[in-house]
Write a protein that binds this ligand. Structure first.
Ligand SMILES: [Zn+2]
Length: 591
């Protein structure tokens, strides 16, 4: 019966969204006629403050534009747009509002619906971007014990409380210890993931798993010990398998739940102006097939550049581009872990954890081999690299793969995800190799609380350096790594420009010399994303001949008199348009 209702719900969802279905956006067969001054538009927009983002790091302005079959056929002024208005053309007066190209998140984990609307694993953070205090962590644990939230029951009947989102580096002292959980939950095992790059547990969990001070480190992970050599309950990167084996998995999503999470989740993204996301979760072959089914059902509004696993790429055999809506052409890999958990792979030991260099996950040789193979079937690579050793391995591997194949680096466009710490020797190597720096401005203002201690005063100068990379001609495409950071692209633009958090800390900005201009921040979130998706010829700016994705906002984002730097993150979207169709419109409040 439950399955019956699930199927009915899915059909309802499909019919609901089929009305806003994907319209034909294959590039016009006869572009000369299609984009000519006589071509009649479906929709014309006038009286707009259009920021076109049509030049490298720069933006010019227009006041009117015309859209046909999902493409911009004219961008200019009111006089010029007249010839595109026919008897059936809808003309909209934007009343002076600002129009920017559709926004990209060049690196996110698309779990908006699953995490924001239907969470299976409670997060101890009150909100993303705001780390939880010890008191907050303990309060959430107490609440879960009282309500049953986050409790999973294993086959043996053993209850486990599984949570996410802890980060102890902001505590005073910045040390996680199992006793902090024992104080509020001594009897039920508790396991908290530290946003995928590490985890922590209480004493009960250690006892059940039989982990003691004599337990060896797992492959790719590290068991932390206190000054007396006792296990603290914190695991850097991978936790011991004997512990993971005991934790009951969350129930798998049904197809209906997957579709629901996707559809309802995408409206959260559209509401903040996102029109394309680059999904960085190493999508499997089966999950890529599921996404194709959503596309075919007409319920995929957001454009998605899906980064898949190496196995999925080999199974698929060639990149996929469904109508510029669902694209998979990139394989995701990881070269190391995260900075916060000390999983980042460094050339020299951690400044605050002597003798420890982080967790390498791949060698330059392996990258070169995989890169060579993937170039052969038309795919490229996007590799997570945080530490300077990881970034060097990735650059060396990419360099070798390009040399092996003789491929044009600017056509291959290998990507470095995060590209967080570079040595002075490696910084100039990115631009000539055509490497894309897929960076997350929000990470700088969230990591500033612990990165200086991890890296020390010299190495930190090579970290979060988007200004330096832009100046060297590297394409920096910005993203959030949601759910590590919040998915709102205006938060990203604010962080890129101010190098401050949303409470204006630190005053003057953190290494402010690495800030972007507003033009660059907008460029990085639009054209930069389209370039990273190999789509800049048809996407990423408001220009004739490009896909008609745009966002209407109430203020001129480039005008310091209209909005101060510190308020950039507060911008709310009036309308998000994808392929000429309204995908989100701010509700009108009737007073
Ligand atoms: Zn990520």
């Amino acid at each position: 019966m439950k399955i019956f209702y699930s199927i009915i719900s899915l059909i309802l969802l499909l019919t609901l969204f089929i009305t806003t279905t994907v319209i034909a956006q294959i590039y016009p067969e006869d572009p000369e006629t299609f984009f000519s001054p006589q071509s009649v538009a479906d929709k014309v927009y006038i009286n707009a403050n259009v920021i076109t983002v049509d030049k490298m790091h720069k933006c010019t302005k227009a006041s009117a534009f015309a859209v046909k079959d999902g493409w911009f056929i004219y961008v200019g002024d009111e006089a010029g747009v007249q010839s595109h208005i026919g008897p059936g053309t809808l003309v909209f007066d934007l009343e002076g509002k600002t129009v920017i190209p559709g926004l990209h998140d060049s690196h996110m984990h698309y779990r908006l619906g699953a995490r924001e609307l239907y969470p299976q694993t409670p997060d101890i953070r009150e909100e993303l971007g705001k780390w939880a205090s010890v008191e907050r962590m303990q309060a959430v644990i107490k609440d879960c014990l009282a309500t049953g939230k986050g409790i999973r029951v294993g086959k043996d009947g053993q209850q486990w409380l599984v949570l996410s989102g802890w980060m102890s580096d902001v505590w005073d002292p910045p040390v996680f210890h199992r006793k902090l959980i024992d104080e509020v939950c001594p009897d039920i095992p508790v396991y908290i993931t530290r946003y995928t790059h590490g985890s922590g547990c209480n004493t009960k969990a250690l006892e059940l798993a039989g982990i003691t001070k004599d337990t060896p480190d797992p492959e790719g992970g590290h068991i932390k010990k206190d000054e007396r050599g006792e296990v603290t309950g914190e695991f850097v990167e991978r936790a011991p398998q004997q512990l993971l084996d005991l934790i009951p998995p969350a129930p798998p999503y049904t197809f209906y739940e997957d579709a629901r999470n996707f559809v309802e989740g995408q409206h959260l993204a559209l509401k903040v102006g996102l029109t394309m996301i680059h999904e960085a979760s190493q999508t499997s072959y089966n999950d890529a097939k599921k996404r194709l089914a959503l596309y075919e059902g007409g319920i995929m509004l957001l454009r998605m550049n899906d980064m898949i696993s190496p196995e999925a790429a080999k199974q698929l055999g060639a990149p996929i581009n469904y109508n510029n809506r669902y694209i998979n052409q990139t394989v995701k890999q990881l070269a190391d872990g995260a900075m916060g958990s000390r999983g980042a792979w460094l050339l020299e030991e951690y400044s605050d954890y002597p003798g420890y260099f982080g967790e390498p996950r791949v060698t330059a040789e392996q990258i070169a081999e995989l890169g060579t193979e993937l170039i052969g079937i038309g795919y490229n690579l996007a590799i997570h690299a945080i530490g300077d050793a990881a970034n060097r391995a990735v650059i060396n591997g990419y360099e070798k793969a390009l040399k092996n194949t003789g491929a044009d680096p600017f056509k291959v466009r290998f990507r470095i995800e995060h590209c967080q710490t570079l040595t002075p020797q490696d910084i100039p190597r990115l631009a000539p190799l055509g490497l894309i720096a897929s960076m997350q401005p929000l990470h700088a203002i969230e990591d500033m609380h612990f990165s200086p201690a991890r890296l020390g005063s010299e190495r930190i100068k090579g970290a979060y350096i988007w200004r330096t990379l832009l100046d060297l001609g590297v394409v920096v495409s910005s993203g959030t790594d949601y759910s590590v950071s919040p998915y709102n692209p205006f938060y990203t633009i604010h962080a890129a420009v101010t190098r401050q958090d949303r409470n204006n800390n630190p005053s003057g900005g953190w290494y402010k010399e690495q800030a972007m201009s507003r033009e660059e921040a907008l460029w990085s979130a639009t054209w930069g994303g389209a370039y990273a998706a190999k789509m800049e010829d048809i996407y990423g700016s408001i220009e004739k001949g490009k896909l008609a994705d745009f966002v209407v906002i109430p203020v001129d984002i480039l005008d310091k008199n209209a909005i101060a730097d510190e308020d950039l993150w507060k911008i709310e979207v009036d309308m998000t348009v994808i392929g000429g169709e309204i995908a989100y419109k701010k509700p009108v409040v009737v007073k």
